[in-house]
Design a protein around this ligand. Structure first.
Ligand SMILES: [Mn+2]
Length: 603
């Protein structure tokens, strides 16, 4: 996507009828009195009416839709409100069943927290990642029913729970599904199925994550309880203080951050900066983050909450997020920090080994011989894809990091990368992940190569997949795959369009611009951090930091390039096109402009 290629359809929330359209970047600049580069960005991202821009720049909670517009919400909250108002919930207990990922954990923590704030104690339940797996299970429904649950509310799961819903009915348990996943062949026969993906839904909240829907449920329940007089003489609970959990879940679940989610995330971040809950405060402290942004939700909080889900007790993350006690939260956060650091070290180690192997493969003369044997081979890189695995007899690669390492190696070497690990207890069997990009349909290539090799299993889609094979079939598979790709994919298939918002000169990047760009956040899926393109610039003072990062200088501006491992061509003075994010470097109280390099193309 180039700077001019974005359409309103792609980026905007959509102008409504009656909005006053702005017809040029200049008009946006005049309307907002903003930096011309900011006007260009907003124009390119399709924000082209005064009303749209107002809503975008000032996301207000009052703009949130009516929670009762979501299908089955009325049914769901009526049943729960009835149990609360008639005070039957002590015997007829309410269980909250959340998936173990970040969204599910945040969503169920949110509901448990909300119920607590109105004096209702509920039974939390999270399926075990290893022994039960994702989703709602019949055995879990039976267990909760045996413990006295009369209502089970699921969060971020349940839309395909046809058998568990049937079992719940048999046991006299009312199942309320709150989920944002696609509807399967059959809808579960539950008391209520709150899922905007249902075709009958008219709320339009297709991009709200599980925790976001849990928030709307809490809002609807509060309204229902108010209607029934439950809060007479009592303090009504504040819903805004639940939004920190919604913000983390929304970013970590990689849903569209525009529209309603922009409102939720903005206010969640504000809350987090002001008064985060104990668990989030402890996590931020442990990671040494002072000013949380949406990026921190995705790269810092998300992985740590997930790491908790992998601990022995599946409840660790949930306990952390619902804890009132900062001291115990700090202890737990320190433990998660440690696990996360270990995971990082494992990933770095596998990546280092994989990279060394990739370098070897690139230099291997066998590709020349293979190319000579394929007369129909198109012009393109050899090998067409990297297939990497730990050598037989060497230490295994950790299965938990193969996906992330595959995407890093694919990015770094500019070709699809397979990262395989030995199956536990079966050293002759390999299993792993592949990541691809651009016009390279890796699943099609795998499936063509599978005809003449030893694949035992494979699946996925064009840009990501998984394979399993015997080690003895590795060479044959690699060769068949490369041969097929050489015939079907030329060099142009590997070309990635590098998105940018505006092409700028170095002079245009100043504190005013960076401050204004910052205010366009929160950034995330479908509304990424602004990328600026510098054309034909040369750097000076190239310095390597910690053996993997680069520090550079572009005239008066300092730049860093994190994990810039294959940058040997970027020498002092070399002319290049450079894609950057513009931000700050704060150190010892001094704030300086800093560019963060995303991509470089040497001229
Ligand atoms: Mn989810």
């Amino acid at each position: 996507m180039d700077a001019g290629g974005n359409t309103r359809k792609t980026w905007g929330i959509g102008a409504d009828e009656g909005d006053s359209l702005l017809t040029s970047e200049r008009e946006i600049q005049n309307y907002l009195l903003c930096h011309p580069v900011v006007a260009r960005l907003l124009w390119n991202r399709g924000l082209r009416s005064a009303q749209q821009l107002d809503r975008f720049l000032k996301p207000e909670l009052s703009q949130l839709p009516d929670p009762f517009s979501i299908i089955d919400m009325e049914k769901a909250v009526s049943r729960v409100a009835e149990a609360i108002v008639h005070d039957t919930h002590r015997e007829e207990r309410i269980a909250v069943y959340g998936d173990y990922d970040v969204d599910g954990t945040c969503g169920s923590s949110l509901l448990v927290d909300f119920f607590k704030s109105i004096g209702v104690e509920v039974v939390p339940y999270q399926p075990n990642r290893f022994s039960e797996g994702y989703g709602v299970h019949v055995a879990a429904v039976e267990k909760l029913a045996a413990e006295g649950a009369k209502i089970i509310i699921t969060v971020d799961c349940g839309i395909t729970a046809v058998a568990p819903a049937k079992r719940a009915r048999e046991l006299g348990v009312d199942l309320i599904v709150i989920d944002h996943h696609k509807v399967g062949a059959e809808l579960p026969d539950a008391l209520a199925v709150v899922d905007p993906q249902r075709s009958e839904d008219s709320s339009g909240l297709l991009n709200v994550c599980g925790a976001g829907l849990a928030f709307f449920f809490a809002a609807a329940l509060r309204a229902k309880l108010r209607e029934l007089g439950f809060f007479e003489g009592k303090q009504e609970p504040n819903l805004v203080r639940l939004l920190d959990l919604v913000a983390v879940a929304t970013i970590a679940d990689v849903v569209d951050v525009r529209g309603v989610n922009r409102i939720l995330v903005t206010h969640g971040l504000r809350l987090m900066a002001r008064q985060p809950r104990a668990g989030i405060k402890a996590l931020l402290e442990a990671a040494k983050i002072e000013k949380p942004t949406s990026m921190h939700m995705g790269f810092v909080l998300g992985p740590r909450i997930n790491a908790a889900g992998r601990l022995k007790s599946a409840r660790a993350a949930f306990d952390l997020l619902t804890s009132d006690d900062l001291e115990s939260a700090r202890k737990m956060a320190a433990e998660l920090e440690k696990i996360n650091t270990e995971r990082r070290a494992t990933q770095d180690d596998v990546q280092l080994q994989a990279r060394a192997q990739a370098e070897q493969q690139l230099a291997d003369p066998k590709w020349k011989e293979l190319a000579a044997r394929i007369p129909a081979a198109q012009f393109g890189p050899w090998p067409r894809a990297l297939v990497l695995a730990p050598p037989a007899g060497a230490a295994n690669w950790h299965e938990g990091v193969v996906g992330i390492v595959a995407s890093k190696i694919a990015e770094e070497f500019g070709r699809p990368a397979f990262i395989l690990a030995e199956k536990e207890g079966a050293a002759d069997s390999l299993k792993g992940s592949v990541r691809s990009f651009a016009k390279i349909d890796i699943l099609a290539a795998i499936s063509a190569a599978s005809v003449c090799s030893h694949l035992t299993n494979f699946g996925g889609h064009a840009h990501a997949g998984g394979v399993a094979l015997k080690r003895e079939g590795l060479a044959a598979f690699t060769e068949a795959l490369n041969a097929h790709m050489a015939v079907t994919l030329g060099a142009e298939s590997y070309h990635r369009e590098r998105r940018f918002d505006a092409e700028v000169s170095l002079d245009e990047i100043d504190a005013k611009l960076v401050e204004e760009l910052e205010k366009l956040g929160p950034f995330g899926h479908q509304f990424p951090e602004p990328v600026l393109k510098l054309s034909n610039v040369s750097c000076s003072g190239v310095k390597v930091m910690k053996e993997k990062h680069l520090k550079l200088r572009y005239e008066r501006l300092e730049a860093v390039w994190f994990n810039a491992v294959r940058c040997e061509r970027l020498e002092n003075g070399a002319k290049a096109d450079v894609w950057v994010n513009a931000g700050w470097n704060e150190w010892q109280g001094v704030k300086r402009l800093q560019l963060s390099v995303r991509h470089v193309e040497v001229r």
